[in-house]
Design a protein around this ligand. Structure first.
Ligand code: PMT
Length: 405
């Protein structure tokens, strides 16, 4: 698998002769590990059939904004949320102009408007259209809106002209897309991340646990490794594949998670506690399956060690980041956790909202630090993980906290 492993790329195809190269581009992106979905503008379907792109991408191709069947399955808002990257290739002069002015008059422009994901466009047009002042002004505006411009390349054009305006080759576009995810921000750094739930055994067949899927922690591990960090993931039991290039240690209980974390955290620069660790465990584990004899049953629970607080109290502590899973008064409770556990940053999420938090693909968080807080909008956990890693990397420059005595 390549550097787009587990990344979701929404390929937007607009009308232009270079649309035939989209077929090869899909293959390149998939070769780098990306899952690809395609949205075509009506003009694009004049150059290449949706059937071809559907067969290659392995997913239905989305064509219309006002399509009741599509809206029920993967409508424009879902597509906007699904993507880690929207890559428009080829991007016609007309589409660039419409994107630049925030128009939403077809599915692709609407998805771009509704998305918090990264967007990149690969211009493809005649050289005179490319050189036109209006096109250049539009591109400048897109750059100011943090939209990436890939290319164009220069050479012979379908119309017989020679010059700038050809769409970049699919392999180059793929490399440019990969580079968006590889920042090198954490080169030479070691990061340890906990993820998933813990299981606290009651007897040989039963346990106490929670609904954490591990998606948030695993996305952070992928973002950390993509940023160049030596990454260790200490994971409770989840249904996810271990991320590429990440040392993944699987554990069951909070006690095991603590041991694995302490074995790895020495020499680490950053520790992120994304796991939903059980606060309590049964005082004793029955050796045999507990029998159903009585109408009532009482369990005695004892407190588990707090892993993130233990790391924050180490004499040589890494930058220590905790999460706060709250159902009310997000900022207030997160601030209490920040101070009580002596953390550098708390990432607070509202786990009462089924659309975000536990076991969902999206999350919406509040970043709480000793002297500031910042809300981020709802977004896909992979995109959020990239933003969190970027933010956490920027905190490495601040002086380390002193462990509480
Ligand atoms: O896994 P997903 O389905 O993707 O869901 C993501 C998530 C909701 C689990 C994640 O975003 C999240 O909020 N993780 C922390 C969950 C949690 O246990 O929060 P808390 O508020 O109870 O704990 C505060 C912090 O202390 C957390 O960083 C937690 O990892 C840590 N902790 C808690 C108890 C304990 N014994 N040891 C700890 O280290």
């Amino acid at each position: 698998m390549g550097s787009l492993n587990n990344k979701r790329v929404l390929l937007g195809v607009t009308g232009g002769i270079a649309a035939y190269k989209s077929a090869e581009l899909i293959r390149c992106l998939q070769g780098e590990g990306a899952e690809v979905r395609v949205v075509m503008t009506p003009a694009a379907t004049e150059f290449i059939t949706p059937l071809t792109l559907q067969a290659l991408s392995g997913n239905p191709v989305s064509l219309k904004l006002l399509d009741t069947a599509a809206e029920a399955a993967m409508g424009h808002i879902e597509l906007a949320r699904w993507a880690d990257l929207i890559l428009v290739a080829p991007a016609s002069a007309d589409f660039i102009a419409r994107l630049c002015h925030g128009e939403g008059n077809d599915l692709l422009s609407t998805v771009c408007l509704a998305s918090h994901s990264m967007i990149a466009v690969a211009p493809a047009m005649n050289k005179h259209m490319w050189e036109n002042a209006a096109t250049q002004q539009n591109l400048q505006l897109l750059r100011e809106h943090a939209i990436h411009i890939f290319g164009p390349a220069s050479g012979y054009q379908a119309c017989g002209d020679r010059g700038e305006g050809r769409m970049e080759a699919p392999a180059s576009l793929c490399t440019m897309a990969s580079n968006l995810f590889v920042s090198g921000l954490l080169s030479g750094k070691k990061i340890v991340i906990t993820a998933g739930p813990t299981r606290e055994a009651l007897d040989p067949v039963r346990y106490i646990s929670n609904h954490s899927s591990g998606k948030m922690g695993y996305a952070l591990a992928q973002a950390a490794v993509a940023a160049g960090a030596t990454t260790v993931l200490v994971s409770g039991p989840v249904q996810l594949e271990p991320p590429e290039r990440v040392k993944t240690i699987t554990v069951e209980s909070a006690a095991e998670m603590l041991n694995a974390t302490l074995n790895e955290v020495g020499g680490a620069d950053i520790f992120i506690a994304a796991a939903a660790v059980a606060d309590y465990r049964p005082a004793s584990i029955a050796e045999q399956k507990i029998k159903k004899n009585d109408d009532d049953m009482f369990l005695q629970l004892i407190k588990n060690p707090d892993i993130v607080a233990t790391v924050a109290a180490l004499p040589k502590r890494p930058l220590t980041v905790g999460f706060a899973a709250e159902t009310e008064n997000l900022e207030h409770h997160a601030t209490l956790k920040l101070h009580k556990k002596n953390l550098d940053l708390v990432i607070a999420n509202d786990v009462s909202d089924a659309e975000i938090g536990f076991n969902s693909d999206d999350n919406r968080v509040l970043l709480v630090q000793p002297s500031s807080s910042k809300a981020l909008p709802t977004m896909n956990k992979h995109l959020l993980a990239n933003k969190l890693i970027e933010h956490i990397a920027s905190l490495l420059d601040t002086p380390p906290k002193i462990p509480l005595s």
